[in-house]
Design a protein around this ligand. Sequence first.
Ligand code: ATP
Length: 252
Amino acid sequence: MAEPLLAVRGLVKRFGGLLATDHLDLAVLPGELHALIGPNGAGKSTAIAQITGTLRPDAGSIRLAGEEIVPLHAAARVHRGMARTFQITQLLGDDTARDNVALAVQARLGHSFRFWRDARRDPALAAPAEALLDQVGLPESRRALPVADLSHGERKQIELAAALAAAPRLLLLDEPMAGLGAAESLRMTETLRGLKGRIGMLLVEHDMEAVFALADRISVLVYGRCIATGTADEIRRDPAVIAAYLSDEEGV
Ligand SMILES: Nc1ncnc2c1ncn2[C@@H]1O[C@H](COP(=O)(O)OP(=O)(O)OP(=O)(O)O)[C@@H](O)[C@H]1O
């Protein structure tokens, strides 16, 4: 097996008496789309927060491309190639899709662009922003509208484009399908499929159809503990998974 891009070992997080992350081991290989699934309250968001650096683990190790990142702040982890999308979008509603993504490109390029209002018309930001919007499939006719006027699905596309602007090695996706219609889900699924092989992805998602269509491997969390890791077929057949989780889900 290739060296993991992300290697989580023995991760522990307690909230008072509750063990929200229970000695979690998890690995994302380079270019792999690894889904993290589990019932409500299983500890998926808590695990993601520790990986991104917004929550400090009580114990355990998180390595990104071999480097221990637990001591690093969230911003330092971004600098090392980690990007994320959120359950609820974090875009600037009054700005256009183009401006939001150009701003994200600017954030990567850093201090060479000092004045945002002037810089957003700079082709050095606009051209990569346009390419990213192409990549996520946002129609050109929607790119000059304020984000607040766009659909939920379109905002999810723009948020993904903004995350990709950081040129991440590892992308953490927190429920990218949440609230999307059937056509929008399909488009998001195709976009994520297109990223496989190039970017390692950890996908937290309740939409099992999307998970089973996309994931190279799936890890199942129950009460903070990983009860199984495997391919979609292995997970579908795993008795512990069926007993603990999937029997409650439709269509699996
Ligand atoms: N800051 C906190 N303080 C106390 N308990 C918390 C805190 N954050 C999460 N928890 C608890 O930890 C457990 C795991 O929650 P978490 O949000 O990580 O689950 P999840 O798998 O992401 O759930 P969902 O699918 O509903 O988003 C839950 O029992 C939750 O109530």
